[in-house]
Write a protein that binds this ligand. Structure first.
Ligand code: BTN
Length: 254
């Protein structure tokens, strides 16, 4: 590993050259008792995972990390941390991107640069009661020097967007500082300021979405994010429905 990032003392860094998946390593550590703030960072992943079981191509040069969290709140509320992480990534990337206003969000927690995906977030958790989580692992991947070709949604990297010399360690350092600030805001002031800041950068409001639930499928338009973090979909007749679980696809209605 090259020079290590300087992280605030709230984190305990576990830096690895290569691993199957930083989320899997963080889960192994948390099951063995790792504390909140344990941060697994790998130079490359052999089996990086995205949402919906997709592969996350993970060659050296990009950023792959997973943060162990033990939020003392119900699972639905803890899911709001994906928005907190998206804000921290956007602010962290803002130091390297000109203009930072080109950084945007796409539901549920993709970070875009110039309308292409530059980072993704994967939350995984364990619960034994509906009251609180045992743990939550917040994983993120940031395309720094390369991005996969031929993805369903176009991808890009900081290098492809001309962002100059920036390393995975630089972005991790920036993320870690902003994550502390945004998660403090969330703990103290709740979801309202997070929602507001996320909506400020979001793309796709008014666009068509397909919602695939276990037993039904709806077609509508992305209308809003509600007060707890669920997607609000406007149906063709004007009725509004919220979706927190389930699969939501943007694009043509098939
Ligand atoms: C997505 O957009 O589908 C989420 C991608 C999350 C990828 C990161 S890379 C670090 C961590 N380890 C994994 O296996 N996945 C996440």
């Amino acid at each position: 590993m090259t020079t290590g990032p300087q992280l605030p003392s709230a984190y305990r860094l576990v830096a690895l050259d290569e691993i199957d998946s930083t989320n899997d390593e963080a889960k192994r550590l948390v099951e063995a008792g790792a504390e909140e703030g344990t941060l697994v960072w790998a130079r490359a992943q052999r089996r990086g995972r995205g949402r919906r079981g997709q592969n996350w191509v993970s060659p050296p040069g990009n950023l792959y990390f997973s943060l162990v969290l033990r939020p003392e709140c119900p699972p639905l509320q803890a899911a709001q941390l994906s928005f907190v992480a998206a804000l921290a990534l956007a602010d962290g990337l803002g130091a390297f991107v000109r203009p930072p206003s080109e950084i945007a969000f796409k539901w549920p927690n993709d970070v875009l640069l110039n309308r292409r995906k530059v980072a993704g977030i994967l939350l995984e958790s364990s619960t034994t009661t509906s009251e609180r989580l045992d743990w939550l692992v917040l994983g993120a991947g940031v395309n720094i020097v390369s991005a996969p070709a031929e993805t369903a949604f176009p991808a890009t990297s900081l290098r492809a967007e001309g962002c100059g010399p920036v390393t995975a360690g630089d972005v991790l350092e920036a993320f870690s500082r902003h994550y502390l600030a945004w998660s403090k805001r969330w703990r103290e002031d709740g979801f309202a300021p997070i929602r507001q800041a996320w909506l400020h950068r979001v793309t796709g409001v008014g666009e068509r979405v397909t919602v695939n639930l276990e037993s039904e499928k709806w077609f509508g338009k992305f209308a809003d994010l509600d007060r707890v973090g669920a997607l609000v979909v406007e149906m063709p007749g004007g009725e509004r429905r919220t979706v927190s679980a389930g699969e939501v696809y943007f694009g043509p209605q098939t």
